[in-house]
Design a binder for this molecule. Structure first.
Ligand code: IMP
Ligand code: MG
Length: 185
């Protein structure tokens, strides 16, 4: 069975995603021309976005990765965040830009903002590809946001359901039948 068959609707095509990432890259390049940019990708969801975004940025930058616990087999957050992999180095002279796939309840990013601010980077901002503003449980806004998306569970371009569908080149809505069984358990 192919992964495309589990998608009920394509929300953002490859072309739309490319255009969005290009425009985010241009804004970031403009704002960070004379800074010491460190892109921090939040694994694993942002890995596809990160790979494209860094190539849309044309000022010097370094990259690092963080891993936090995810939803697992569910489609809504448990409210708890756990660090599974921390950054490689200190942040004192860095202009940090956290790169996330999607800003949903805001729980993950507000936790990370607090944790990373405490390490005294020179500056700290958030770049998210997708924003679900109506789902917010903690007040938080991204400094750079690509697309505002509807309140639906979406997959592809790095976003997963139960670790699958990250390799879809577009973003789509998963057929409810795929997850309704496991969520009702
Ligand atoms: P938050 O802590 O609720 O803001 O959740 C952020 C994380 O939840 C993201 O990095 C995603 O991994 C995951 N997430 C939120 N909404 C979706 C979705 O619609 N599809 C897949 N993953 C999602
Ligand atoms: Mg996830």
């Amino acid at each position: 069975m192919g992964i495309h068959e589990d998608i009920s609707e394509i929300l953002y095509t490859e072309e739309q995603l490319t255009a969005t990432v290009k425009s985010l890259g241009e804004s970031i390049s403009r704002d960070y021309a004379d800074k010491n940019l460190l892109l921090v990708s939040v694994l694993k969801g942002s890995v596809v976005f990160m790979a494209d975004l860094m190539r849309a940025i044309h000022v010097p930058c370094a990259i690092d990765f963080l891993a936090v616990s995810s939803y697992g087999g569910s489609t809504s957050t448990s409210g708890e965040v756990r660090v599974l992999k921390d950054l490689d180095g200190p942040l004192e002279d860095k202009d940090l830009l956290i790169v996330e796939d999607i800003l949903d309840s805001g729980v993950t990013l507000s936790f990370l903002m607090k944790m990373l601010s405490a390490r005294h980077p020179r500056s700290i901002r958030i770049c998210t590809l997708l924003d679900k503003p109506h789902r917010r449980r903690v007040p938080l806004q991204a400094d750079y946001a690509g697309l505002t998306c509807p309140d639906e569970f979406i997959v592809g371009y790095g976003l997963d359901y139960d670790e699958k569908y990250r390799n879809l080149p577009y973003i789509g809505v998963l057929k409810p039948a795929i997850y309704s069984d496991s969520d009702s358990k």
